[in-house]
Every structure is written in C-alpha cells, then in structure tokens.
Write a protein that binds this ligand. Structure first.
Ligand SMILES: *Cc1c(COP(=O)(O)O)cnc(C)c1O
Length: 229
C-alpha cells in the first residue's frame, strides 16, 4: 500500500531542504500532486493530508476525476498535451493550464474560460532543449506568443513551464536555468511579472527548486509507480 500522506511529507521535506540550500522560502514552491492514472481515492488520500493542487494529463480523465472529487478548494492543473478541441471539456473546472504552446490554443482557452465565467491561469510550455517530437514552443518563439497571450481576456499569463529531456538531475540543471533566464528576459521586455516556473518532477525536484521552480509537478514520489499502458 502506498502511504500517500507519508510520501507527501517526504516530498515536502525534500522541497524544504532544496529551498534552504538555495536561500529560498519553501512556501514559494507549490507542490503539484500529479494524479494521472491514479483513482479519485488517491486524490482523496492526498486531500486528507492537506494537498489541494492536483495535476492531470488527459482531458477526459481529468473531467471524470474532477467530477468525483467534490471539494470546493481543490485546484485542478492541466499538464498534458492539449488539443484545441479538448479545451471545452476542461474549461469549466481547470484553474491552471501548464501546456500552452501556441496563440491558437491560448485563444481557445481564453474563449472557453470567458464562456464558463472564469479566468484561467496559463503557463507557456517551452521545449528548452529543442527536442523533436516534443510539445512546447521553441525558446525563440516564446516571447512573441507571450505578448499575444498577455493581452487575452479570460486568461492570465503566469509564467513558463518545461519538461526537459529525461536525464540524471544534474544534466537537467542547465535546462531549468535556461527556462528561468528566458522567463526573466520576457518579463523584463514585456514589463510584466511572470512569477511562475513550473519545472521539476519526482526525480529532479531539488535541482529545479535550486534553479527557481515555483511549481514542482510530482507524481511517482507521492502516489507510487504508474501502471504502464
Ligand atoms: C507525469 C508527469 C509528471 C510527474 O512525473 P513523476 O516522474 O511521476 O513525478 C510531471 N509533469 C508532467 C508534464 C507529467 O506528464
């Protein structure tokens, strides 16, 4: 049996140690519990342990789970690749979408958020390493997209997200640093705060926190291994 409460405590400790190494306040790092493939019961166990932010990757699964978990203070984050035609399914309940990588997708999210009477936080997903086959905009496209998204009513551009190539944590550090530098530059040139950096997962969250992550997305270290399809 996975002890979700103990795992959350362990992850919070890891965040705390990394934050203090970096001279940061651990409260400046949001722990996002990635519940994809795990049942609503797992979300309930985490909720009982004080967890409020949950991440999902698939629109239909997210919608079902959001329907099953009925706490008004849960915040759902969408962190999977998002097709424009799926936005409608998640717009009514999602608080944050981490995977915006085009103006077209952002415009659809904004339209659906307004239709649902909401404002949705969005992050631009950047393919920092320029991997083929990977979602996310190119680093040199990010600023132009950010400019457009920042002006869309219905969404609030909160920052950037990345999912670097799978590698040992120290090999990932340059990619996290690059995302932070990209964010700093865009925020300065657009003269707007872009507070959030969504980066780091179960295996490399310490490095991400040291490089400035404000949201770490953690699945396995909280809920245990996922069954592979
Ligand atoms: C699944 C997933 C995670 C969580 O990964 P773990 O290694 O299980 O912590 C984080 N971010 C994204 C985008 C994911 O798809």
């Amino acid at each position: 049996m996975t002890n979700v409460a103990a795992n959350i405590a362990g992850v919070r400790e890891r965040i705390g140690r990394a934050a203090s190494r970096a001279g940061r306040d651990p409260n400046g790092v949001l722990l996002l519990a990635v519940s994809k493939t795990h049942p609503a019961e797992a979300v309930e166990a985490a909720y009982a342990a004080g967890q409020r932010d949950f991440g999902e990757n698939y629109a239909q699964e997210a919608r079902q789970k959001a329907g099953a978990v009925r706490h008004a203070d849960v915040r759902w984050h969408f962190i999977g690749h998002l097709q424009t035609n799926k936005v409608r399914q998640i717009a009514p309940f999602v608080s944050v979408i981490h995977t915006v990588d085009s103006e077209r997708l952002a415009a659809e999210i904004a339209r659906r958020a307004r239709g649902a009477g909401r404002e949705t936080d969005v992050l631009l997903q950047v393919n920092v390493a320029g991997e083929t086959q990977k979602s996310g905009c190119a680093p040199d496209e990010a600023e132009a997209i950010a400019r457009v998204v920042a002006d869309l009513p219905g969404v609030r551009l909160a920052g950037l997200m990345t999912m670097p190539p799978l590698a040992p944590p120290e090999r990932t550090r340059p990619h996290f640093r690059r995302l932070r530098e990209l964010r700093d530059g865009i925020a300065r040139r657009l003269a707007m705060p872009l507070p959030d950096l969504s980066m780091g997962m179960s295996d490399d969250l310490e490095v991400a926190v040291e490089e400035g992550a404000t949201i770490v997305r953690v699945g396995t270290a909280i809920f245990g291994a996922r069954e592979t399809a």
